[in-house]
Ligand binder design. Sequence first.
Ligand SMILES: [Zn+2]
Length: 299
Amino acid sequence: MFLGTPRVVAVETSRRQQTLARRVDVSGFGLWTGVDVVYSFRPAEENSGVRFFRDDLPNSVPIPASVKNRVQKPRQTSLAVGAAQVDMVEHVLSALRAARVDNCDVVVSAPEAPGCDGSCAPILQALLDAGVVRQQALRSAIKVTEPGVYYPDGSVLNGARIEILPSVSEGAFYEYNLYYDRPCAIPNQKASFNFNASPEEYLREIAPCRTFLTLEEANALRAMGVCQRVTAKDALVFAPEGLVDNELRFDNECARHKLLDMVGDFALASADWIGEFRAFKTGHQQNADLVSALLDLCE
Ligand SMILES: [Zn+2]
C-alpha cells in the first residue's frame, strides 16, 4: 500500500550497457544447504540482462534475474523458471549491480550461491578483477518523479516501510534503518550509500558487510537441519552478551548488510534506479514487492 501518489517513469540513460571482459568463477558452499558450488560469471550479449543457468540439470532453461521469476523462500531471494531454481542470489545480484555488469550469464553447478564469508566482497572483487567492457546499447532506468511511502502488507503498525523520493543527484541513493520493537542483541543502526560512487567504494564500504542473525535464530535453524556447515566465522551471530567468536568490520555492519541485500533485490527490476529509497525494517519479500509495485506504476 502506498501513502501518497508516487510516480515513476521509464527513461533511457546515457550510460552504455556493460558486460564482463572475461569469464570468472567463484566457488564455495551454500550457507543453507552446505553444498559445494561454482558460480561461473560469463560475458553476455547486450539487452540479455542477468540470467542464471543450472548446469547440473539436463536441458536447463535460462532463469532471468527478474522480479517476475521470484519465488517465496524465507530469508533469501530465490528465482525459478519451471523446475529450474536458484537460491540465495541476492548477494550475487548486489555484486553485479555494484560492478555495473548489466549483461551476464551465470552458469551454476548447484542451486544455492556460494556463501563466501557471508558478504558479497569476494564476488565483487572477482568481477572487478575480470573487468567490464562497454556495449553499444544504452541502459534503461526507472526514475522516481513524485514521492510516496510504501507500507508492506500488514506493516502499518510495526513501522516497516520504504520512503521513495526523487533523486537530487540523478542516481540511486539507498538508506537502511535497522531496529527492533523487542529487546534484541543487535543494536539499532542505519546505513546509507550513494550509487554515484565507484564500484571500488562499494567494495570498501558495503560489500564486505556480512549476513547476521541472533544466536536464538541460529540454534533454531540448526535444529531444522539447515546451516549445518556454517560457523560463527561465516556469519555474524549475536548472543545476548554480544557477538559470538567474531569481530565487526563496521559498527553498523548489520545495517550495511541490509543495504547490500536491498541493492540486490532492487536489481530485480533489470534497470538502473534514479531515486532515493529509505527503508525501515524491511526484508527481501518487502523489497521485491515494492519493486513489483513500482514496475506496475511505471509510465
Ligand atoms: Zn544478505
